[in-house]
Design a protein around this ligand. Structure first.
Ligand code: ADP
Ligand code: MG
Length: 292
C-alpha cells in the first residue's frame, strides 16, 4: 500500500459563527500511531468526527482509507473502528454478550473471546456492563472499537478522567493494537500521552495546525533555544535566551575570567514547547525548565 491511511487538505468546519477548523492538513501513514494533541476547544473531536464520516465539513479534501468519508458506504465503515469520547454500552448486558452483539454488525468480525482477552476483561466477561469500573468500561469501548477487525482505529480522548494507573494500562493496550498493525489516530489533551504513544503528532489550537512531527522533532524544532542563567557581581540574577548557549557561556567565561557565578542552562521541555505552540504559555510555563 503506497497511499496514506489518512490524507486531509485544507479542512474547514464552521458551526454558525464559530470556525472550529480553519484549514487543517494531515498525513497519516498505514501502521502509524498518530496523536492529535490540543487544548479543549481546539477542534480535535470535530476532526475525528469528520474522519469517521459523522460530521460534514464546509471545505477541504478528506481521504480516509482511499475514500471520502462524506460519501463512503457500509463496506468502508466496517474497516474503521471508533471509540467515542463518551460511550456507554447497554448496561444490562454482560461484557461477553455486548461484544458478541456488536460483532454481528461486521462482515469479518474478530473472535469475541480473543478481543475480550486483548483488552484484559477475561475475568469480567460474565459481568454486567453496569458493574464495571470506569477504566474497565473504557476497555470495553475499545473492544467494541476493534471487534470488526478495523484497519484504522479512531479514539477521541480515550483516557480523559482516568487515574494514572488506569492510563498506563490503557497505553499498554494501545501499544498491543499498534503491534498488531492497526493504524491508530487518537486525540488527547495530555501531552504525556501523545509523547508516550504517538509515532507522530499534530498539535492543533483554535482550529489550526500549529506543528506536526515526532515528539523528538517537535522538541528539537521548537525547543532549540536555551536560557542561560548566571549571577552578576553584587548578586543580581541575570538570564538570556539563546540558540547558541555554548557561545554565551564562552563569552561569560571571558567576562568573569573563569567560574561563572550561579551558572545554569535550562532547555525547554516538550511541555513548554506544547504550551507555547498552543497559546497556553504562561510565565510559569515559560520558566518550566530542565536544568542541565
Ligand atoms: P475539542 O474536541 O478539541 O475540545 P471540538 O472539536 O469539540 O474541540 O470543538 C471545536 C470548537 O467548535 C469549539 O469552539 C466548540 O465550542 C465548537 N463546537 C464543537 N461542536 C459544536 C457544535 N455541535 N455546535 C457548535 N459549536 C461546536
Ligand atoms: Mg473533544
Amino acid at each position: 500500500m503506497t497511499q496514506q491511511a489518512v490524507r486531509v487538505r485544507g479542512l474547514r468546519k464552521t458551526y454558525g459563527a464559530i470556525t472550529a477548523l480553519d484549514g487543517v492538513d494531515l498525513d497519516i501513514q498505514h501502521g502509524e500511531v498518530f496523536g492529535v494533541l490540543g487544548p479543549n476547544g481546539a477542534g480535535k473531536s470535530t476532526t475525528v468526527e469528520i474522519l469517521q464520516g459523522h460530521r460534514k465539513r464546509n471545505g477541504g479534501d478528506v481521504n480516509v482509507l482511499g475514500r471520502d468519508p462524506a460519501s463512503a458506504g457500509r463496506d468502508w465503515r466496517s474497516r474503521i473502528g471508533i471509540v467515542w469520547q463518551d460511550e456507554s454500552a447497554p448496561a444490562e448486558l454482560t461484557v461477553e454478550e455486548t461484544v458478541r452483539h456488536f460483532a454481528r454488525f461486521y462482515p469479518r468480525p474478530r473472535d469475541p473471546g480473543e478481543v475480550i482477552g486483548l483488552v484484559g476483561l477475561e475475568a469480567r466477561a460474565g459481568s454486567r456492563v453496569k458493574a464495571l469500573s470506569g477504566g474497565q468500561r473504557r476497555r470495553l469501548d475499545v473492544a467494541l472499537g476493534v471487534i470488526g477487525g478495523p484497519e484504522l482505529l479512531l479514539l477521541d480522548e480515550p483516557t480523559t478522567g482516568f487515574d494514572p494507573a488506569a492510563r498506563r494500562q490503557f497505553w499498554h493496550l494501545i501499544r498491543k493494537l499498534a503491534e498488531e498493525g492497526t493504524t491508530i489516530v487518537l486525540t488527547t489533551h495530555y501531552l504525556e500521552e501523545a509523547e508516550e504513544l504517538a509515532d507522530r503528532l499534530a498539535v492543533i489550537a483554535s482550529g489550526r495546525l500549529v506543528a506536526e512531527g515526532t515528539p523528538a522533532e517537535l522538541r528539537d524544532r521548537y525547543g532549540s533555544s536555551a536560557t542561560v542563567h548566571w549571577t552578576e557581581p553584587g548578586g543580581r540574577p541575570r538570564s538570556t535566551e539563546t540558540t547558541t548557549p555554548t557561545r554565551t557561556v564562552a563569552t561569560l567565561m571571558r567576562r568573569f575570567d573563569g567560574e561563572i557565578p550561579g551558572l545554569r542552562i535550562a532547555r525547554p521541555t516538550l511541555e513548554d514547547v506544547y504550551l507555547r505552540l498552543s497559546g497556553q504559555s504562561t510565565d510559569r510555563a515559560a520558566d518550566g525548565e530542565n536544568a542541565c
